[in-house]
Write a protein that binds this ligand. Sequence first.
Ligand SMILES: NC(=O)c1ccc[n+]([C@@H]2O[C@H](COP(=O)([O-])OP(=O)(O)OC[C@H]3O[C@@H](n4cnc5c(N)ncnc54)[C@H](OP(=O)(O)O)[C@@H]3O)[C@@H](O)[C@H]2O)c1
Length: 235
Amino acid sequence: MVIIMILEGKRVLVTGGAVRIGRAITEALQAEGAEVVVHYLSSQEEAEALSQYTVQGNLLSPDDCARMIEASGPLDILVNSASLFTKDRLADAFPERVHREFQVNLFAPMELTRLFAAQAEKGAVVNLLDRRIRANDPSALPYSITKKGLEELTRLSALELAPGIRVNAVAPGPILPPPGDSGENFAEAAGKVPLEFFPTPGNIAEAVVFLLKADYCTGQVIFVDGGQHLLGNGV
Ligand SMILES: NC(=O)c1ccc[n+]([C@@H]2O[C@H](COP(=O)([O-])OP(=O)(O)OC[C@H]3O[C@@H](n4cnc5c(N)ncnc54)[C@H](OP(=O)(O)O)[C@@H]3O)[C@@H](O)[C@H]2O)c1
């Protein structure tokens, strides 16, 4: 029997939900009738403009992760979208920088998933990955490892948390230039896209909503990248 998860009235925590792709996810979930708790680090004004439910927290801190789940709950859904992106090669991968990227992109989603599952018998998690998980891109070395790790966490936690909780992922291609980047050379830096257009934040949000409703899917990754992952390193 297939039961489509109804998002109306569901309580959702979206990390990094106030700006950029996270904001599009927040708005799409609200349009489905979900009650979204918008997590932010510094974007308080944007978060409060979007939802009456907000929570501040630094994903570098395990204590903040615990406080965020406690303050947001009881939750039905967790979306791990916040991230840190550095264009660090191995030569730049000093332990403190690597630790920050691993903490925000991998360890915090793992801790949030663990705490979420401890308070929810049923529900769903969606992790935001990157099309780089199907490439070997040394120009963003620690970042790529964190997202490959998060893909593995998606599969392993999907198995461990079944049947009550489903865990899926969306892997975007180039959508927005990194914060602080003017985007002047975005198309050039983004490389080849087989479908010849860039997906939008709204397209990412649509995939998140689809996976949350798809009660028959767990451990899945949807690439929303115009087909770029098919090219591997050849973008
Ligand atoms: N943009 C793209 O083209 C692209 C491509 C591939 C994959 N992705 C993935 O898609 C997801 C969303 O991407 P995005 O570009 O919209 O967002 P992003 O720039 O990767 O992430 C920004 C968000 O992360 C939050 N954040 C950063 N450091 C934090 C920390 N220490 N503690 C708590 N929150 C922290 C920021 O919060 P505040 O604003 O409140 O400070 C902000 O909301 C990410 O997982 C990213 O890796 C994006």
